[in-house]
Ligand binder design. Structure first.
Ligand code: ITT
Length: 187
């Protein structure tokens, strides 16, 4: 049986990645740019609220995702401000903040929120660790990808193909947790 899940997002890069990941789990993805109120709070709060809101608006099961880049030396900034910072400060601004900073540890986090009109929201966290490059590299991926060198690599996400990133990204990990949970629930 092929399941169809509706992904509520305005980011087409996420949709392309999620489609590739879901193929492996027999889930077909549709996407809708419904938009949902992003409440103040951490990624989990945003995903939980967004999923509940969208499930009740669309009267069906949905997923939403809230993601971000967390840099240890900057007190985990931009974190929940990642969207705003990407649009305003941009990657160049992040690199300026990281000028001469030795501790370059960072992680991407992705939280998937799933909800149906009849159930409470469920959340699934995926993270990937790495460090911030000294300059941008690569033009694959999107947003912060050219800055982020995942552990075990000497290339940024911006230099990896979508398939390569999808093997172990934060999004792969959160979506895989969700897919396994969903499949086990109805077996
Ligand atoms: P939604 O409509 O799904 O909310 P968004 O682009 O606003 O789309 P997020 O709030 O989840 O998504 O993401 C916060 C910021 O982090 C935003 O600028 C994204 O482009 C960026 N981002 C998220 N995932 C990323 C990834 O895998 N690689 C690079 N940047 C990423």
């Amino acid at each position: 049986m092929v399941r169809i899940i509706k992904f509520i997002t305005g980011n087409e890069h996420k949709v392309k990645e999620a489609k590739g990941i879901f193929q492996k789990f027999g889930i077909q993805l549709e996407y809708t740019d419904l938009g949902y109120p992003e409440i103040q709070g951490n990624l989990e709060d945003v995903a939980r609220y967004g999923a509940e809101y969208a499930a009740s608006k669309l009267k069906g099961p949905v997923i939403v995702e809230d993601a971000g880049l967390f840099i240890r030396a900057l007190n985990w900034f931009p974190g929940t401000y990642s969207s705003y910072v990407q649009e305003t400060l941009t990657n160049k601004g992040i690199l300026k903040l990281m000028n001469d900073v030795e501790d370059r540890y960072a992680e991407f986090r992705s939280v998937i929120g799933y909800c149906t009109p009849k159930s409470e929201p469920e959340i699934f966290l995926g993270t990937v660790s790495g460090h911030i490059a000294y300059k941008e590299h690569g033009n694959h991926g999107f947003a912060y990808d050219p800055l982020f060198i995942p552990d075990g690599f000497n290339k940024t996400f911006g230099e990896l193909t979508r398939n390569e990133k999808n093997e172990f990204s934060h999004r792969r990990r959160s979506l895989e947790k969700f897919a396994s949970w969903l499949n086990s629930k109805s077996d």
